[in-house]
Design a protein around this ligand. Structure first.
Ligand SMILES: [Zn+2]
Length: 308
């Protein structure tokens, strides 16, 4: 597996190079959405703003910090694409077309039942043993391989529905605006972050600093509780066992806070027991009749989805 080492070293562009040529179009929707040009050279992994006709990163940052009204959807997507590139710069995508396709199909089906079905929803599996999920404005959602290794389909649906709900409710976008308006980017850049890597040179330094801060500190607790509540409803509406997400919270509750595979998930979210209690109050017994569906293992679904 010569490719594996390359994937870990160079990230997404190399991951692409490792995929059989015939398999690459299957990732086209995923990569085309995140990466203008679809990969190939490292440069094309990064947002090419002018080529896309989008506002440059600096203008997007100004939009976050200064605009009074709603940020329109095109700019929301442009901001999300830049943050997605930041996330992809830290972890490569799993170089397994069948897995990526399955998670995209599952995620897009769920997103179609959300309040914003028309966003360019894009899902990806990051090659990381940790247990985590991330979303960026405009419809970009990532889960780690560590999640896929530990959950069944209903639980994965619950996690994706939670992340889709964050995006549909613009939680990250609003958090970025609040941080930008508070002048946090200037503080971060002034005090510690001096990025001189490839991503840092092409994405607005301010946006990059805000994104890194957001993904390490997490959203407001109220947003997390709302995403749990909306996510359970969304998973149920999509035909999945609504108790998938509570099942994930039970898994999180059982982890030691210093377990390195779970520490980021735990530190960026309210305590799992509190999330379970809050969900229980919101759900009551209304969804009980929808529970108890048979558990479906991810590898079996991936194998089925891989069939032409
Ligand atoms: Zn969340």
């Amino acid at each position: 597996m010569k490719c594996r080492a390359i994937v870990f070293t160079f990230g997404l562009a190399a991951a692409l190079a490792c995929l059989p040529a015939a398999a690459q179009p299957n990732l086209g929707g995923l990569l085309g959405n995140i990466l203008p040009g679809g990969g190939g050279k490292l440069g094309s992994v990064l947002p090419t703003e002018q080529a896309q006709g989008q506002q440059p990163g600096n203008s997007l940052f100004e939009l976050l910090s200064q605009s009074q009204g709603e940020i329109d959807e095109a700019n929301e997507i442009a901001i999300g694409r830049q943050l997605a590139a930041v996330l992809l710069g830290s972890k490569p995508l799993v170089a397994d077309t069948a897995t990526q396709r399955y998670v995209n199909q599952l995620g897009r089906w769920i997103a179609l039942q959300s309040s914003r079905p028309n966003l360019p929803w894009t899902f990806g599996v990051l090659d990381d043993a940790g247990f985590n999920a991330f979303a960026a404005p405009g419809g970009f959602v990532f889960v780690t391989k560590g999640v896929l290794d530990r959950v069944d389909e209903a639980e994965l649906a619950g996690i994706l529905a939670h992340e889709v709900s964050h995006v549909a409710s613009r939680h990250h976008l609003n958090a970025l605006r609040a941080k930008a308006r508070a002048g946090l980017a200037t503080q971060l850049l002034g005090s510690q972050i001096r990025t001189n890597n490839a991503i840092g040179s092409m994405v607005s330094q301010q946006l990059l600093a805000l994104g890194k801060n957001l993904y390490s500190s997490g959203l407001d607790q109220a947003d997390e509780f709302e995403a749990d509540r909306l996510g359970v409803g969304l998973a149920a509406r999509s035909g999945f066992d609504p108790f998938g997400l509570p099942g994930v919270l039970q898994l999180l509750r059982a982890q030691a806070p210093d377990n390195p595979l779970f520490s980021l998930s735990l530190s960026t979210h309210p305590p799992a027991q509190q999330r379970l209690d809050t969900l229980e109050r919101a759900m009551g017994h209304r969804l009980d009749s929808l529970g108890g569906k048979p558990s479906v293992k991810i590898p079996r679904r991936v194998a089925t989805a891989a069939k032409p």
